[in-house]
Design a protein around this ligand. Structure first.
Ligand code: IPM
Ligand code: MG
Length: 363
């Protein structure tokens, strides 16, 4: 297969981690007889520095002409970076939201899996870690509070800010369908998370998810309020399979889910539209404090490349090969600094070395 991939290395640790994921893709292509063609484009802070805006039409066009997009991370330190002196719609994050919207990437899949080798890094109670967990957050990505109208105005001499949370039934239906489809390939349980005891948008969410569930009699549906879900994730994450939720709740819960895997450096994500096209990125941020030091953990980006092979190219064997190489690397005790707990005397490896260790185990 010929794979045309556009890469958005982005800001902070983005370029380092994307380089390692590219090497992994190239190795897989070599072993399994595919060809990968990659092209780098700018987005976020890097694009602001070059063009004055976080997302150009050229970047959108390049992404649209590719089979899939691999992204590192965007954004800088809000306290010190000049990017954050710009109006909100000119900052790096606006580029990310813009590309999600421009490419119609409404479904964001964020799996959170506790590797047996990392159980000791899991911050939960021992009896909870021992059970392990394997869940996937299906986050709606192009609606809700992120994209509703917002304004800040003066009313009677006081500043008043408004954000709007809007969902149409079509937006809810299409993400619910994705969640049930994915659940069919997993353990056939969807937990739909909302705040239906307060929000109208959540009451509509619940009603539409129930309608969709009628077409999936083989998948169990549970509803859970978002505050309870935040609690259940640290009490017993093994109860979840697919967690279906709206944009903002998904943003928050996916960070929580990533933390309980031992490090936020482990979690990949896929953002999909109706077709096989997708944008793949680690769930973590750009970590400007450790950028350029060759100490970032490239695993989340490498696993995002595996998700790309699986979802955009239907290359299951090849995706499995990457995931197995990551698992074998961890089993052999290789760790970046974020995966080493206080008291563990093991020496950590850097970003490039971790990439090499994984590449060398791809078979
Ligand atoms: C994420 C990030 C983004 C989001 C930010 C950077 C806009 O936190 O992908 O989870 O809130 O969606
Ligand atoms: Mg987030």
């Amino acid at each position: 297969m010929d794979m045309k991939i556009v890469c958005i290395p982005g800001d902070g640790i983005g370029p380092e981690i994307v380089s390692q994921a590219k090497l992994v893709l190239e190795r897989v292509a070599e072993i399994y007889g595919h060809s990968v063609e990659t092209k780098d484009v700018l987005m976020g802070g890097a694009s602001i520095d070059e063009y004055g805006i976080p997302l150009t039409d050229e970047t959108i066009a390049a992404c649209k002409s590719a089979d899939a997009v691999l992204m590192g991370s965007i954004g800088g330190d809000a306290a010190t970076s000049p990017w954050y002196k710009l109006p909100p719609d000119k900052r790096p994050e606006a580029g990310l939201l813009g590309i999600r919207k421009a490419l119609g990437l409404f479904a964001n899949l964020r799996p959170a899996y506790l590797y047996p080798e990392l159980k000791s890094a899991c911050p939960l109670k021992e009896e909870t870690c021992v059970k392990g967990f394997d869940l996937l957050i299906m986050r709606e990505l192009t609606g809700g509070l992120y994209f509703g109208a917002r304004k800040t105005e003066q009313i009677d001499g006081k500043r008043v800010a408004t954000d709007t949370l809007v969902y149409s039934e079509d937006e809810i239906r299409r993400i619910a369908i994705k969640a049930f489809d994915v659940a069919r390939k997993r353990r056939r349980l969807v937990t739909s998370v909302d705040k239906a005891n307060v929000l109208d948008s959540s009451r509509l969410w619940r009603a539409v998810v129930e309608e969709v569930a009628r077409d999936y009699q083989d998948v169990e549906l549970k509803h859970m309020l978002v505050d309870n879900c935040a609690m259940q994730l640290v009490r017993d994450p093994s109860q979840f399979d697919v967690v279906l939720t709206e944009n903002m709740f998904g943003d928050i819960l996916s960070d929580e889910a990533s933390m309980i895997t031992g490090s936020i450096g482990m979690l990949p994500s896929a953002s999909l539209n109706e077709t096989s096209f997708g944008l793949y990125e680690p769930s973590h941020g750009s970590a400007p404090d450790i950028a350029g030091k060759d100490i970032a953990n490239p695993i989340a980006t490498i696993l995002s490349a595996a998700m790309m092979l699986r979802y955009s190219f239907s290359l299951e064997k090849e995706a499995d090969a990457i995931e197995k190489a990551v698992q074998d690397t961890l089993r052999d005790g290789v760790r970046t600094g974020d995966l080493i707990l206080p008291g563990d005397t093991r020496k950590s490896v850097g970003c490039r070395a971790m990439g090499m260790e994984i590449v060398s185990r791809i078979a």
